[in-house]
Design a protein around this ligand. Structure first.
Ligand code: GLU
Length: 330
C-alpha cells in the first residue's frame, strides 16, 4: 500500500478498485450485487481490488461483523488483493487530514444539533439531509481549529459545482454547498465522518475507480470537493450501480433478514445459486441458473453494465417472492 498516494496522480497509479462494505450486519443481496459487479468489472480488466471494512460506526460494527463480511465474500467466491484495511485500527491518518484542513482554517467546531440547525434556517422538521448554512458559521476566528474535543467539526463548503465523471452515466454535477452546506468531517464520538474517512482511505489505498451503489452518487461530489481541499492529485473515476429493491419498492436493507447472505447460506442455499440470481437480475444471463462467481467477469462488460443502468432507470431491480422461492428450491 502506498503511504503517499496523494502525490501520485490517479492516472499514473495502477487501476485499483475497492470493496468497502460496512460490517453492520449480514450483507444482503443488494450489497452483494454491488460488490459482485464491482469485483467483476475490476477482475475483467485486471485491476487491483482491495478490501476495506468501514467500521467507524462503533455501535453497529465489530470484529465479528468484519469476519462475517470476509466469510461471506469468500463463500461467494469474491476475492481481494493484499490485507484488508479496517478503519478503526488506526485513526491517525484521519487526524492528519484534519490537521491539514485546520492549518488552512477550513474546519470549525460546532455543537449545533440537526434540530437546532433546522430551527435556525426555518426548515421543516423531519428526515432528510440538513443543510448547514454559512449564517451559522462561528464569528470567532479562534473556532477554526481542530483539537479533537467532543464536538462535531465541519468543513467550510463554498458554493460551486463539482462535476463527477461517472463511467456508466456520464458527467453529473452537484453543488455540495446546496446539498449539505458545511459538511461534518469529524464527529463528537471522536471519529472521522464517513465522507472524510472514505476520501483518506481511497487515497491511501491507491484507489482509482470507485464502484458502488448509486445512493452515494451525490456523495461523490462531496468526496471530490474534499479531495481537492486536501490537495490530493486528480479525480477518481466513478461507477454508480443501481440498488436492488424489495417488493414494496423500498431499497433492500439489513432489516430484510430474508435477504441476508449468511442467513441464506445457513438455510442451505448454495453460493452459485445466489450468484446466478444476481446475474439474471443484472441481465448477464437470460434466466436464473446456478453459476460460480468466476463466470461473472467474462459477462460483466461495459455494454452489459450500460444496459443494466438503462433498464433499471425505468424498472428498478426487485427481489421478489418468486426469486426467494427459486433460491431455496432444492
Ligand atoms: N460502506 C458503505 C456502504 O456499505 C460504502 C461506502 C462507499 O462505497 O463509499 O454502504
Amino acid at each position: 500500500m502506498k503511504s503517499n498516494s496523494s502525490e501520485i496522480h490517479p492516472e499514473d497509479r495502477p487501476r485499483t478498485t475497492r470493496l468497502a462494505p460496512s460490517p453492520t450486519g449480514d450483507l444482503h443481496l443488494g450489497n452483494v450485487r454491488s460488490l459482485l459487479l464491482g469485483w467483476a468489472i475490476a477482475r475483467r480488466a485486471g485491476w487491483r481490488t482491495v478490501l476495506r471494512h468501514e467500521d467507524l460506526d462503533q455501535e453497529r460494527s465489530d470484529e465479528v461483523g468484519c469476519e462475517a463480511v470476509e466469510t461471506s465474500l469468500k463463500w461467494l467466491g469474491i476475492d481481494w488483493d493484499g490485507p484488508a484495511l479496517r478503519q478503526s485500527d488506526d485513526l491517525e491518518p484521519y487526524r492528519k487530514a484534519m490537521a491539514r484542513l485546520a492549518e488552512q482554517r477550513l474546519v470549525f467546531s460546532s455543537s449545533l444539533s440537526r434540530r437546532e440547525i433546522r430551527e435556525a434556517v426555518g426548515a421543516p422538521q423531519g428526515g432528510g439531509t440538513v443543510v448547514f448554512p454559512p449564517s451559522l458559521r462561528p464569528n470567532d476566528p479562534a473556532a477554526f481549529h481542530f483539537d479533537d474535543q467532543e464536538s462535531n467539526y465541519r468543513l467550510l463548503v463554498e458554493p460551486g459545482f463539482e462535476t463527477i465523471k461517472d463511467e456508466l452515466r456520464g458527467e453529473r454535477s452537484f453543488d455540495p454547498s446546496k446539498e449539505v452546506g458545511d459538511m461534518i468531517v469529524w464527529t463528537k464520538t471522536g471519529h472521522p465522518s464517513y465522507q472524510l474517512a472514505v476520501v483518506v482511505d481511497d487515497d491511501r489505498q491507491g484507489v482509482t475507480d470507485v464502484i458502488r451503489g448509486d445512493d452515494l452518487l451525490s456523495s461523490a461530489a462531496r468526496q471530490q470537493r474534499l479531495r481537492r481541499t486536501l490537495h490530493m492529485k486528480g479525480d477518481l473515476r466513478w461507477w454508480h450501480l443501481p440498488l436492488v429493491h424489495d417488493e414494496h419498492g423500498r431499497r433492500l436493507a439489513k432489516r430484510d433478514g430474508d435477504a441476508g447472505i449468511l442467513a441464506l447460506r445457513d438455510a442451505g442455499v448454495s453460493a452459485d445459486r445466489v450468484i446466478g440470481l444476481i446475474a439474471a437480475w443484472s441481465g448477464l444471463i437470460p434466466e436464473p441458473r446456478d453459476l460460480p462467481a468466476s463466470a461473472i467477469p467474462d459477462l460483466a462488460n461495459e455494454p452489459a453494465m450500460r444496459r443494466l443502468i438503462d433498464r433499471e432507470s425505468r424498472i428498478p431491480c426487485c427481489f421478489t417472492e418468486e426469486d426467494d422461492r427459486w433460491l431455496r428450491k432444492k
